[in-house]
Design a protein around this ligand. Structure first.
Ligand code: ACM
Length: 279
C-alpha cells in the first residue's frame, strides 16, 4: 500500500481532498476485494474517493452466468459496505460495480455522499469489447451530483474515447469528473489531461492494477491512477503496479472559471451553430 498527498499551492479557499483507491481484485472474491479496498482507502483522509470500475468483482467475465451471480442491486453487500464506510469517514464515494436492476445488468458506478446516502448510479454508456456480451448499454445519461461540497460527474473507462461525455458533464457544471476504470490500453492517463484542460475541470482517474488470466484470456491493467487539475497538471499519480490510495487537496471552484484571458472563455467561445454534424 502506498499513500501520497498533494497540496494545491494556488489556492487555500474551500480546499477538498479528492483521490483514488487503486486496487488489484481477485476475480469473484467480492468480500475479500471490498474489505481490502476499504482497508487501502483507510490509509488516507478524503472528502471524495473514487474506486475502479468493477472494483469488487474483477473484470474478466467469461459467461453471462458469472455476471448474473456477481451482480448486486443497490441494497447488496458492496453498496452497503461502501455506505457504511462513507458515513463513518465523512467521505463521498464513486465506485464501479455490476449493477442488477430487474432483469438487466449494467456496468455501473454508484455515487454515495459523505453521509452514506446513495445519490444515484451512472451506467456505462460506451461498452468495450466483450462487455457488450454481458452488460446492457447504459441508460442514465450523464449527470452531475452534489457530494461533499463538490459537483461531481462520472464516466467509466472506455467512455474516455468519447469527448462528448466529459464535455456534457462540464457543461452541466461538473467541477470534478470521477473516472473509474479497468484500463487495458495505455492512453487514458494521458488523454484525461486533455479532457481536463479542454473542459476546465479536475479529473480523478481510478484504475486497477495487476493481471487477470482466465479461460485462456488475459488482461494486463495500466494502473497509473491520477488526479489532474484544469491546467493539465498531474497532482498525484500511482505507479502501474501495486495497490495505492492517494489524495490531492484541490479548490474545486477553480473549475467554475472557464475564462483563459480577458477575451476568451472556453464555454462562451464554443460554436454549437457549426457543430450540427456531431449529432
Ligand atoms: C474498459 O472500458 N474497461 C477497457
Amino acid at each position: 500500500m502506498n499513500v501520497n498527498r498533494f497540496h494545491d499551492p494556488i489556492s487555500s479557499m474551500c480546499m477538498k481532498r479528492v483521490g483514488f483507491v487503486q486496487n488489484n481484485p481477485i476475480f469473484g472474491e467480492v468480500r475479500r476485494n471490498v474489505s481490502r479496498a476499504l482497508r487501502i482507502a483507510s490509509e488516507v483522509e478524503a472528502d471524495l474517493l473514487v474506486f475502479p470500475e468493477l472494483f469488487n468483482t474483477g473484470y474478466l467475465f467469461l459467461t453471462k452466468d458469472e455476471v448474473e451471480k456477481l451482480s448486486e442491486d443497490l441494497s447488496g453487500y458492496t453498496v452497503e459496505q461502501l455506505r457504511m464506510y462513507a458515513s463513518e469517514n465523512s467521505t463521498a464515494i464513486v465506485a464501479g460495480f455490476a449493477e442488477r436492476s430487474g432483469d438487466k445488468i449494467y456496468n455501473s458506478a454508484v455515487i454515495i455522499d459523505e453521509n452514506g446516502e446513495v445519490k444515484g448510479t451512472y451506467r456505462k454508456a460506451h461498452l468495450f469489447y466483450e462487455e457488450k456480451l454481458f452488460f446492457e448499454p447504459g441508460d442514465t445519461g450523464f449527470n452531475v451530483y452534489n457530494v461533499a461540497g463538490m459537483k461531481v460527474g462520472v464516466m467509466i473507462c472506455y467512455d474516455w474515447r468519447f469527448p462528448e461525455v466529459a464535455r456534457i458533464l462540464a457543461l452541466k457544471g461538473a467541477q470534478v469528473i470521477a473516472h473509474p476504470s479497468n484500463l487495458v490500453l495505455p492512453f487514458a492517463p494521458t488523454v484525461d489531461l486533455a479532457r481536463a484542460v479542454e473542459n476546465g475541470v479536475f479529473i480523478v482517474l481510478a484504475d486497477r492494477s495487476g493481471r487477470e488470466v482466465r479461460g485462456g484470456k488475459s488482461y494486463e491493467y495500466e494502473g497509473r491512477s491520477l488526479v489532474a487539475d484544469p491546467k493539465m497538471n498531474v497532482l498525484v499519480q500511482a505507479p502501474k503496479e501495486g495497490e495505492h490510495a492517494m489524495i490531492a487537496e484541490i479548490d474545486p471552484s477553480r473549475a467554475d472559471n472557464k475564462r483563459i484571458n480577458e477575451l476568451n472563455d472556453i464555454f462562451r467561445d464554443r460554436r454549437p451553430d457549426l457543430y450540427e454534424g456531431l449529432c
